[in-house]
Design a protein around this ligand. Structure first.
Ligand code: ADE
Length: 432
C-alpha cells in the first residue's frame, strides 16, 4: 500500500485517527446528502432517538467508512449506544466523511484511506478497545480478530452482524468447525440486502468505479464478468444496459445456465481472456484471473475486481510478467508494462473497484442494507437471552417491515389478500 498513516491533529473530545479534520465540512455535507436518500434508516433513527433501545450497548463496527455507514452510526448513537468505527478495507475510507464523523458527530473513527496493513490492524484493535457488546463486520475482520487475538472480549459480546457474502462464507465455515464462539447474524443473506445491494448496488457502483477510473466508453466493448452470483448478475445486466457485449465465466453449473438463459455467452476464462477488453471479478474466490489468463489478454485490457478481498486477481503473477509497473498513470490506474510489449491496466490495486475508485453503492440501496443492520442490532438486544453461538438468519418479519417501509417512502402501495384468498393459500383441501 505504501501510504503511511498521517498523524492527524484531532479535537480532544472524541477519540479517533483520521487523515485531516479540515476535510470535515465537505464530509458533513456529503453525510447529510446521503441521509436525504436514506428515508427508512432516518425513520429508524427517529424511533431510536425516542425509545433508546440500544442504551448501555457498546458497538464496534468494521465497515467501509462511507457517508452511508456514517448514517448507520448516527442511528446507533441515537439509540443510546456508544460507537467506535474502523475501516473494512484500506482503500474504501472517505477521509472527509471520517473527519466529520469525529468532529461533527462525536463518533470515534479510526480510518485513513490508503492506510498500510499495520495501521489497518491497529485501527481494528482500537475499535475493539471499546470492549463492545455488539460488533458489525463487512468481511468478518472483527470476528476473526476477536477469535484469534482478543478472546477476552468473547464473554461480553451479545452478537455480531455480518454485511457481506465473503464474511458469511467464513463464518459458516467457522460454525461448521465448531470454532464460532459468538452468535452472528448473516445480514447479507436477508432478501432486503442481497437482492438489492448486491444486485443493483454492485451493478451500478462497479460500473461507476470503472468509468470514474478510466473514463472509457462502455458501448460496444467486450466485458468479461467472472461470477454470476447476485453481484455478477447486477453488473452484467447494467453493463449490457450501457451497450457492452458481456461474457460470463462461472464454476457453478446452475448459475452458468442462468447466465446463458439471461442471454449472456458463458465461456471458460481461458477463452474469455482472449476476448475481453474489460474484466471484472465478483466471485469471492482467489486467483480467478491468473498468469495463464494475463498471458493471452489483448494489449490495453483493463482488469478490476469487485469482490470483497483483493485476492481474485493474481497480481503477483502479473507483476512477474511485467518489466515495469507504472503506478497511477491516471488516478487509481496502474499500468503493467509486460516483457512482450503489451500493457495491462489494473484498477484500484485490485481492491473492490466500486469503493476504491468510486463511492460504493448509492445511499438509496444502502438504506435497505443498513435498515436491516439497525433492526437486527435492536433484535439481538431484545432477544439476547435466546442467542446461541451460530449463524442466525434475519427473521422474515424484519425483512417485510423494511420492504414495506421502503415501498411507503417511494410512495408505492400494494394489494392485500382478501379473506377468501388468505383462506385459499392456507388450505390444502381446495383444488381446482
Ligand atoms: N458497500 C458497498 N457500498 C457501500 C457503501 N456505500 N457504504 C458502505 N458499505 C458499502
Amino acid at each position: 500500500m505504501g501510504v503511511k498513516a498521517a498523524v492527524a491533529k484531532k479535537p480532544a473530545a472524541t477519540a479517533g485517527d483520521v487523515k485531516d479534520f479540515a476535510l470535515a465540512p465537505r464530509g458533513k455535507g456529503r453525510i447529510e446528502w446521503a441521509d436525504g436518500q436514506m428515508p427508512v434508516l432516518r425513520q429508524i433513527r427517529a424511533r431510536f432517538e425516542r425509545e433508546k433501545p440500544l442504551k448501555g450497548q457498546r458497538i464496534a463496527a468494521c465497515l467501509h467508512v462511507t457517508t452511508e455507514t456514517s448514517n448507520l452510526m448516527r442511528a446507533f448513537v441515537a439509540g443510546g449506544a456508544e460507537v467506535a468505527l474502523c475501516a473494512s478495507n484500506p482503500l474504501s475510507t472517505q477521509d472527509d466523511n471520517a473527519a466529520s464523523l469525529v468532529k461533527d458527530y462525536g463518533i470515534a473513527t479510526y480510518a485513513i484511506r490508503g492506510e498500510d496493513p499495520e495501521t489497518y490492524y491497529r485501527h481494528i484493535h482500537q475499535a475493539l478497545d471499546l470492549k463492545p457488546t455488539l460488533t458489525l463486520d463487512d468481511g468478518a475482520d472483527l470476528v476473526t480478530c476477536i477469535h484469534q487475538k482478543r478472546t477476552e472480549l468473547i464473554k461480553g459480546l451479545l452478537a455480531s452482524m455480518e454485511e457481506t457474502t465473503t464474511g458469511v462464507i467464513r463464518l459458516r465455515a467457522m460454525a461448521k468447525d465448531g470454532a464460532l464462539k459468538i452468535p452472528v447474524v448473516s445480514v447479507n443473506d436477508a432478501q432486503t440486502k442481497f437482492m438489492f445491494d448486491n444486485r443493483y448496488g454492485t451493478g451500478q457502483s462497479t460500473l461507476d468505479g470503472i468509468i470514474r477510473a478510466t473514463n472509457i466508453l462502455i458501448a460496444g466493448r467486450n466485458i468479461v464478468v467472472a461470477g454470476y452470483g447476485w453481484c455478477g448478475r447486477g453488473f452484467a445486466s447494467r453493463a449490457r444496459g450501457l451497450g457492452a457485449k458481456v461474457f460470463v465465466t462461472e464454476v457453478e453449473p446452475i448459475r452458468a445456465l442462468e447466465a446463458t438463459m439471461d442471454g449472456f455467452p458463458v465461456v471458460p476464462m481461458a477463452e474469455a481472456a482472449r476476448l475481453g477488453e474489460i474484466f471484472c471479478t465478483v466471485t469471492g474466490n482467489k486467483a480467478v484471473i491468473r498468469r495463464e489468463h494475463f498471458e493471452v489478454m489483448r494489449d490495453g485490457a483493463i482488469v478490476a475486481n469487485s469482490g470483497h478481498f483483493n485476492v481474485e486477481l493474481d497480481l503477483e503473477a502479473l507483476a512477474a510478467l511485467a518489466k515495469k509497473v507504472n503506478k497511477n498513470v491516471r488516478e487509481n490506474v496502474d499500468q503493467y508494462l509486460l516483457k512482450d510489449g503489451r500493457s495491462l491496466y489494473v484498477l484500484g490495486e485490485g481492491r473492490l473497484v466500486n469503493l476504491a475508485c468510486a463511492e460504493g453503492h448509492p445511499a438509496a440501496v444502502m438504506d435497505m442494507s443498513f435498515a436491516t443492520q439497525a433492526l437486527m442490532t435492536e433484535w439481538c438486544v431484545k432477544n439476547r437471552s435466546k442467542l446461541k453461538a451460530e449463524v442466525i438468519d434475519v427473521p422474515k418479519d424484519v425483512e417485510q417491515t423494511i420492504a414495506r417501509l421502503k415501498l411507503a417512502t417511494m410512495g408505492l402501495s400494494i394489494d392485500e389478500m382478501t379473506p377468501e384468498q388468505k383462506k385459499y393459500v392456507e388450505s390444502w383441501q381446495e383444488g381446482t
